[in-house]
Design a protein around this ligand. Structure first.
Ligand code: PLP
Length: 421
C-alpha cells in the first residue's frame, strides 16, 4: 500500500497533486511520501515485536538526508556500505550504536572513521578484512564489535545481479568454513565477536529461501556457542521484495516475514537485526517525467520522455518493470494503446518499456513511474550532461525540494582545467 492515489482524477502524493510539483520543480523529478516511508518502517518494527530487535534501513536504497532524518526520528538504525553512507547517517543524527557497517570492500580509512565516530558492529566479509580491522582497532586502542557474514549457499530465486547468497557470489564466507573463521577472529586482538550476519539477495518474492538461510544460521549459532563464542546478535539482512507490477505479483508481507523469523529464531536468545531497504523506500517514491514528443515509428509509437536511463536505470540494468501511470486519470472506458516508452539518451538501452499499454498521451502530458523510491535517485547520474534529477518530499499537504536540480554552470564548474591544457 502507498500514498500515490488519484483524487478527483489527478494523481496525488498524499494530499499534493503531482502536477503542482511538476509545475514548480520541472520534470523529471522523484517524489517520496513520508506517510508511506513511515508505514513501511512500522510494519517491520511491529512484525518483530516481542523480540529484542533493531530495524536498520539499508540506506543504499534511498539516501537523501531528509529521508534518513525522517526515518532516524522514527527510531530506525542504518545499514551503511561506505564511508560516505556512514557520514550521511551520522549527519542525519543516527548515533553510532544504531549503525551497522556492511560491504565486501571496506577500506582502512572507512574502518577508522567508523571506529572513531562509533559503530554498532562491522559485518565482516572475509579474513583479510578481519585482519585489517584487527590491526586498525589495536592501533587505535579500541575494540571493534563484529559479526561475520556467512554465505549460506541458498538460491534466492531473484535477478542474477542482485542474488548474493550462492556459493559463487562474492559475498561473505562460505558457511562451511564458519567455525574456522570464528576461531581465527577469536584469536585476533582488537575484535569482539557479537554475532552472525547473513544477507542472501534483494527483491525476494518467496519466504522459503529466507527460511532456509535462517535455519542454517540457527544451527550455526548453536555450533559456535558450543565452540565458546558469544553469539548474542543475529543480523538477518534485507531483501524482501515489493510488488512492481500492479495486480501481477504478491510478495510476502512484512508481517509474514516477521512471523517466520519468530518461528525460526524466536527462542534462540539473540537480538535480531534486519536491514530492509527496498520494501521501506520502493513504493514510497515515484519518478515523474514529462512527454516531450510522441513519435510514430514502424508499427509502433514512441513515447519520448524527459526522464531517461540516467535518472532511473533499473529497467536498463535489471530488466525491471515499473508501472507507468498518467498524472491525469484516464476517463473510464478509454482505449489503451501500446507505446515504447523511451528517454532522450543516445543508447537503445534507454528504453523503459516496450509495447506498454497506456491511455493516449500527447506532448506536454506527464507520467509517473511507480515503485521508483528505492534504487532510483541513488543510482542516477549526469550521463549526457543531464542535470542530476531532483528529489521532493511530501508530508500531508506540504512538499519540499530535498535535492535541487543543478544548473548547467554548477555541473560544468565541478570540472577543473589544468593550466597546461
Ligand atoms: C542491499 C542490501 C540490503 C538491502 O536489500 P533490500 O533488497 O533493499 O532490502 C541489506 N543488507 C545488505 C548487506 C545489502 O547489501
Amino acid at each position: 500500500m502507498d500514498h500515490f492515489l488519484y483524487k478527483d482524477g489527478v494523481l496525488h502524493a498524499e494530499d499534493v497533486p503531482l502536477a503542482e510539483i511538476a509545475a514548480q520543480v520541472g520534470t523529471p523529478f522523484y517524489c517520496y511520501s513520508t506517510a508511506t516511508l513511515e508505514r513501511h518502517f512500522r510494519l517491520f518494527d511491529e512484525a518483530l515485536e516481542g523480540l529484542d530487535h533493531l530495524v536498520c534501513f539499508a540506506m543504499k536504497a534511498a539516501s537523501n538526508q531528509a529521508i534518513l532524518t525522517f526515518l532516524a526520528g522514527l527510531g530506525a538504525g542504518m545499514d551503511v556500505v561506505s564511508g560516505g553512507e556512514y557520514a550521511r547517517a551520522r549527519a542525519a543524527g543516527v548515533p553510532g550504536e544504531r549503525i551497522v557497517f556492511s560491504g565486501v570492500g571496506k577500506t582502512r580509512s572507512e574502518m577508522r572513521m567508523a571506529l572513531e565516530g562509533g559503530i554498532r558492529q562491522f559485518n565482516v566479509e572475509s579474513e583479510p578484512e578481519m585482519e585489517a580491522l584487527s590491526a586498525i582497532a589495536s592501533e587505535m586502542g579500541v575494540i571493534a564489535p563484529i559479526t561475520v557474514r556467512v554465505n549460506p549457499d541458498v538460491d534466492a530465486k531473484t535477478h542474477a545481479k542482485i542474488a548474493t547468497g550462492k556459493a559463487e557470489n562474492k559475498f561473505g564466507i562460505p558457511i562451511s568454513r564458519a567455525r574456522e573463521v570464528y576461531a581465527h577472529a577469536a584469536r585476533l586482538p582488537g575484535l569482539k565477536v557479537v554475532g552472525i550476519d547473513v544477507h542472501i539477495g534483494s527483491q525476494l518474492t518467496d519466504l522459503e529461501p529466507f527460511r532456509q538461510a535462517y535455519r542454517k544460521v540457527a544451527d550455526l549459532t548453536r555450533t559456535l556457542r558450543a565452540d565458546g563464542h558469544d553469539i548474542s546478535r543475529l543480523d538477518l539482512g534485507g531483501g524482501l521484495g515489493i510488488p512492481y507490477e500492479h495486480g501481477n505479483s504478491a510478495p510476502p508481507l512484512p508481517v509474514e516475514y516477521g512471523r517466520m523469523i519468530h518461528e525460526e529464531l524466536g527462542d534462540i536468545g539473540c537480538e535480531i537485526e534486519i536491514e530492509p531497504g527496498r520494501l521501506i523506500a520502493g513504493n514510497a517514491g515515484v519518478m515523474v517525467a514529462g512527454v516531450i514528443y510522441v513519435k510514430s515509428g514502424e508499427g509502433r509509437d514512441f513515447l519520448i520522455l524527459d526522464g531517461a536511463m540516467n535518472d532511473l536505470i533499473r529497467p536498463a540494468m535489471y530488466d525491471a518493470h515499473h508501472d507507468i501511470v498518467p498524472l491525469n486519470e484516464p476517463a473510464p472506458g478509454v482505449e489503451k494503446r501500446p507505446y515504447d516508452v523511451v528517454g532522450p539518451v543516445c543508447e537503445t538501452g534507454d528504453t523503459f518499456a516496450r509495447a506498454r499499454q497506456l491511455p493516449p498521451l500527447e506532448a506536454g502530458d506527464a507520467v509517473a513511474f511507480r515503485g521508483a523510491g528505492a534504487y532510483g535517485a541513488v543510482m542516477a547520474s549526469e550521463y549526457n550532461t543531464r542535470p542530476l534529477v531532483p528529489e521532493v518530499l511530501v508530508k500531508g499537504d506540504q512538499f519540499a525540494v530535498i535535492r535541487s536540480r543543478p544548473t548547467f554552470d554548477e555541473m560544468i564548474n565541478r570540472d577543473t582545467i589544468p593550466p597546461w591544457v
